[in-house]
Ligand binder design. Structure first.
Ligand code: ATP
Length: 403
């Protein structure tokens, strides 16, 4: 089939796995895929694909997902805010899709109470497998997020995934299998590394939010202080409330997350206290500067590389950052996100966001009278043009010194 999907959020290389059933209207050798499936599989209508049968692990129980986070969007025709009962929708999804393999980054299109939802898998945690792909099961804890403002999610289970509540269990975070190999039970820390602007911090924040954790984001260099002793004090102060919670509340302590940005700046520092109620994310562009001592069990035992987005990931990132423009009909009909994704080879996620911002700013400039800071345009006619995007692509490259 097409290339394995790899997006910053899917974290691992995964083949698109799709469930099929026989259909009378199809001839031998034909398969039918809906729009989301074609996108996921990078396949075209009428195109040729190679399929092979997927064999799940024999121990199916260990292949069940314990947690699944879905980002929801609805079709753009819905004008009013829609209330979605998370408990009922969760039950419906389990009834319909139990036993199907779900993968990170996958989009499942489904209709519920007459509304078509696109459910994008942002986080999936398997029971006992290295791979975050797994079966949706009756016991999978599903959390919903709504990217578009028109879906109001109610009856959402406010509890964090049970997995994390009683200490952080590596296995249950979808990074299973490792416990046997390196003899650890709990994940205390993860190192996210890769070139700047590809979402390392964003992923850490998102995971922390999904876990209902108390989050502190600290930049490594800000902890360093030229005066002797103060760095240690800064670190102590960071850990103090977490230690207090652990001592006072034990297993009932809320989960704390510390995100250390630019961790390489403090990679020589000691004092990363492993605590049962703490998950540490460390991000760095310089993996080579991280002392191996930090990568021992109990510290940053999981390493994940977040690289530059490929074509499909660039398209997805551009779609995310232009979603509001599209929703408000501010994108000119000629704008092709696909074309932009092709033009932006080598751009980071942050650069792609910059392209969208720069294109909007150029379109706004057109509507402001020269020498007057006065809006002269018509909001209803306001459009960001393909030419704005094309100019923005060059401008962002110039800003980053790689034109
Ligand atoms: N995969 C992505 N999807 C959507 N937006 C993205 C993605 N990657 C980056 N961005 C955008 O770029 C911004 C910057 O990303 P972020 O700061 O998380 O990157 P980083 O890898 O931590 O970079 P740095 O190493 O410079 O700190 C994000 O807030 C987001 O708006």
């Amino acid at each position: 089939m097409a290339d394995p999907r790899r997006s910053p959020e899917s974290l691992l290389c995964l083949w698109p796995l799709i469930a099929f059933k026989p259909l009378d209207s199809l001839r031998t050798g034909e398969i039918a895929l809906n729009g989301s499936q074609r996108k996921w599989a990078a396949a075209n209508l009428g195109g040729r694909v190679t399929v092979s049968r997927y064999q799940p692990p024999a121990d199916t129980a260990s292949f069940n997902l314990v947690f699944l986070a879905l980002d929801l969007t609805t079709s753009l025709t819905i004008r009013k805010a829609t209330e979605l009962k998370a408990d009922e929708f969760g039950r419906y999804l389990k009834n319909r899709y139990s036993g199907q393999v779900i993968s990170p980054g996958q989009i499942v299109s489904t209709r519920f109470e007459n509304i078509k939802y696109a459910c994008r898998v942002t986080l999936s945690i398997g029971a006992d497998h290295m791979n975050p792909q797994g079966f949706l099961s009756r016991d999978t804890n599903i959390a919903f997020e709504a990217a578009a403002g028109r879906i109001k999610i109610v009856n959402q289970d406010p509890r964090p995934p049970p997995i994390i509540k009683d200490t952080i269990d590596l296995k249950r975070m979808g990074i299973g299998g490792l416990s046997h190999h390196i003899g650890i039970r709990n994940v205390r820390g993860m190192l996210l590394f890769g070139p700047p602007g590809n979402g390392k911090t964003m992923i850490a924040r998102k995971v922390a939010n999904l876990l209902n954790a108390k989050v502190q984001t600290v930049s490594g260099p800000s902890l360093l202080d030229p005066y002797f002793g103060t760095t240690e004090r800064n670190v102590r102060e960071l850990f103090e409330p977490i230690i207090k919670d652990q001592v006072k509340l034990g297993e009932k302590s809320p989960l704390h997350v510390i995100i250390f940005d630019e961790f390489d700046a403090i990679a020589m520092m000691d004092g990363l206290t492993p605590l049962d109620n703490l998950l540490v994310f460390a991000t760095t562009n310089r993996r080579d500067l991280i002392d191996e001592a930090f990568l021992r069990p109990g510290r940053l035992e999981i390493e994940i590389e977040i690289g530059l987005p490929d074509l499909a990931a660039r398209q997805e990132i551009l779609e995310i950052h232009t979603a509001k423009l599209l929703e408000n009909h501010y994108l000119d009909g000629d704008v092709s996100i696909e074309n932009l994704a092709h033009r932006t080879d080598g751009y980071s996620g942050a650069m792609l966001e910059g392209v969208v911002k720069s294109a909007v700013s150029a379109a706004l400039q057109r509507n402001i009278a020269p020498n007057h800071l006065v809006w002269t345009g018509d909001y209803n006619a306001f459009k960001v043009l393909e030419s704005d995007f094309v100019a923005a692509v060059t401008e962002v490259a110039r800003e980053h010194g790689n034109d």
